[in-house]
Design a protein around this ligand. Structure first.
Ligand SMILES: [Mn+2]
Length: 380
């Protein structure tokens, strides 16, 4: 027996005879539609927005809420909202899996028709929404991926479309702010829901998911005085990060604070801090702020978090003055049960959009204002 008798050898020869015209054309088309990558990417055929490229796939039939898939990013213009995935989980310090977060959230969003009875909003009637698919991430390189996310998010702000970014782990919080910062003529406030402050400079020698707000608040127009962190607590805490929160003057609100003061007063305080001398506010929602009984599909679950109803009420309150964009991070479908974590992630997004519509901050308001609810009469 020799090499020439192997099927492997025969097929190696055959591969050379199969034409590549369509394959090359598909890659050229993907680059044209998906735009040029960040400068740090060596392979210039890799597009900024992944159009069915090598690093993961995106199915146009699986968009958030079934909105149209924006295949050609050059024609993005005039829409109200763009959904985009940033499926990076190399920033996870322990349990990976958030790279499947965007697809998990999109898949379960099929349950919804985009109408909320309680909010009185039909998102399809009030907003022009598209799904841009996923940003091309570099699974083995956090910094190159930051460059990609920064450039992609900047492109969305340049076209004045409200971005909803699906993580991914929380490390993407830094390039999300970095991509926004140049477009804001003034300071950015950050309202951050999380059980963890994510204020370390480095963890395990890299800018992992415990570090985004250290680096975000190094950006001159994203000062730590406008960062408010809500729901912090538990036993998985980077003490150096807490030192940074303290020294920089960020505001940390614990679960105990929420219990003591109540949702309304905490939300009021969050708005005051985030908006003080700020031009806009970014919302960062880590799904692990919700108790793992309701959101088990996440990398670093922390018992004792918010109830879903509390989180949704808080979102209603803190979106009152409008937002420049939002991210939902740390949804990790491999640890999920019956998709409940993905479902909550989708719900967070729909509620934020519905409240922004009701407050006249995004899209077109429903035609009529509901009557005020009459006071409850009590006998005493
Ligand atoms: Mn967290």
């Amino acid at each position: 027996m020799n090499r020439e008798q192997l099927d492997g050898t025969r097929m190696l020869e055959r591969e050379a005879d199969i034409p590549s015209k369509e394959r090359i054309e598909r890659r050229r088309q993907a680059l044209e539609w998906g735009l040029e990558s960040a400068y740090s990417i060596t392979d210039r055929t890799l597009p900024l927005f992944n159009r069915n490229g090598a690093a993961g796939k995106f199915s146009s039939s699986n968009t958030f809420l079934g909105v149209p898939f924006q295949r050609d990013m050059r024609s993005l213009d005039g829409q109200d909202v763009v959904f985009v995935g940033a499926p990076l989980d190399a920033g996870s310090t322990y349990r990976t899996g958030t790279r499947f977060g965007p697809d998990g959230i999109r898949a379960i969003s099929a349950l919804s028709l985009g109408y909320s009875f309680e909010l009185g909003v039909d998102l399809f009637e009030s907003l022009r929404m598209i799904d841009a698919g996923d940003i091309s991430v570099i699974p083995a390189n956090i910094e190159k991926t930051f460059d990609q996310i920064d450039k992609a998010v900047a492109f969305l702000h340049e076209r004045a479309v409200f971005p909803v970014v699906f993580g991914g782990d929380h490390s993407i919080g830094y390039p999300d702010i970095r991509g926004l910062a140049p477009y804001i003529d003034g300071n950015i406030g950050i309202i951050h829901f999380d059980r963890h402050p994510d204020m370390g400079e480095l963890s395990i020698d890299e800018r992992m998911h415990g570090t985004p707000f250290f680096h975000a608040t190094n950006i001159p127009n994203a000062p730590p005085q406008n960062l408010v962190q809500i729901g912090i607590g538990g036993w998985n805490m980077n003490r150096d990060g807490l030192k940074n929160s303290r020294e920089r003057g960020a505001t940390v609100i614990s679960m105990g604070d929420i219990d003591r003061w109540g949702l309304d007063r905490i939300a009021e305080m969050a708005l005051e801090i985030a908006w003080e001398n700020a031009k806009c506010v970014w919302l960062s929602f880590d799904i692990d702020v919700v108790d793992p009984a309701f959101a088990p599909g996440t990398g670093t679950p922390e018992p004792g978090g918010m109830l879903p109803r509390e989180a949704l009420r808080m979102l209603e309150l803190v979106t009152r003055e409008g937002l420049a964009g939002m991210e939902v991070v740390e949804v990790a479908p491999p640890y999920d049960v019956s998709d409940i974590t993905s479902l909550l992630g989708a719900r967070v997004v729909m509620d934020v959009l519905g409240n922004l519509v009701n407050n006249g901050k995004l899209g077109r308001k429903p035609p009529s204002e509901p009557e005020a609810i009459p006071e409850i009469e009590t006998e005493d």
